[in-house]
Design a binder for this molecule. Structure first.
Ligand SMILES: Cc1cc2nc3c(=O)[nH]c(=O)nc-3n(C[C@H](O)[C@H](O)[C@H](O)COP(=O)(O)O)c2cc1C
Length: 178
């Protein structure tokens, strides 16, 4: 089966997962911003992933825009955020990014990285404000992801793990059988 990995990564976390998928499958990785639909539609399997920004998956607009041309392919979506994986959060992500016809597309979440000092000015400002607002709350009321970013302070955090990809590889195997 032929396949391609499209990825939009701002600080390298989704790119790391894309690279691991590529090593395992032999599929090439293309930055979604450079992807051309007439090239992508030549492949049987399309894996599209990106970082999470305000619950939106970076680069998902490529899939939305080109879904008609790709709907008969084996499509897999993945995304990568700071939060630990949790079912409620995955539901929110799916509702926001994969509405209507796209709802049936398998979507996987992998924990990424968090490094405020390495962010661009706008992201750093927004994230510092966000952390300050969380610090004012009672720690016992914070959800697990909020606790993590408060505890991280200015430290560089890298939660990426190749093992998280197992369910995605299982989904790839399902596609090969059908
Ligand atoms: C402005 C901003 C908004 C973010 N929003 C979310 C979010 O909604 N949910 C989440 O889990 N992580 C969020 N993050 C954390 C990133 O998703 C995380 O750092 C991820 O590893 C980025 O992936 P990338 O490096 O591939 O772009 C946000 C980060 C920034 C800078």
């Amino acid at each position: 089966m032929s396949g391609i990995i499209l990825c939009r990564s701002k600080y390298g976390a989704s790119a790391k997962y894309a690279e691991w998928i590529s090593q395992e499958t032999g599929f090439k990785v293309v930055d979604t911003k450079n992807a051309k639909i007439n090239e992508v539609e030549k492949y049987d399997t399309i894996i599209i992933g990106g970082g999470l920004y305000y619950s939106s998956i970076a680069g998902i607009s490529f899939l939305k825009k080109n879904y008609d041309a790709l709907k008969n392919k084996h499509i897999i979506v993945f995304c990568c955020g700071a939060s630990p994986s949790d079912d409620e959060m995955l539901e929110i992500i799916k509702n926001k990014n994969l509405g209507g016809e796209l709802a049936k597309i398998p979507c996987f979440y992998f924990q990424g990285m968090w490094d405020i000092e390495n962010m661009n000015f706008t992201d750093k400002t927004m994230c510092k404000m966000f952390v300050r607002s969380l610090e004012k709350k009672d720690p016992s009321e914070l959800r697990s992801w909020a606790k993590l970013v408060v505890e991280a302070k200015g430290r560089k955090c890298d939660w990426t793990k190749k093992d998280y990809l197992e369910p995605l590889f299982a989904e790839l195997g399902n596609g090969e059988k059908s």
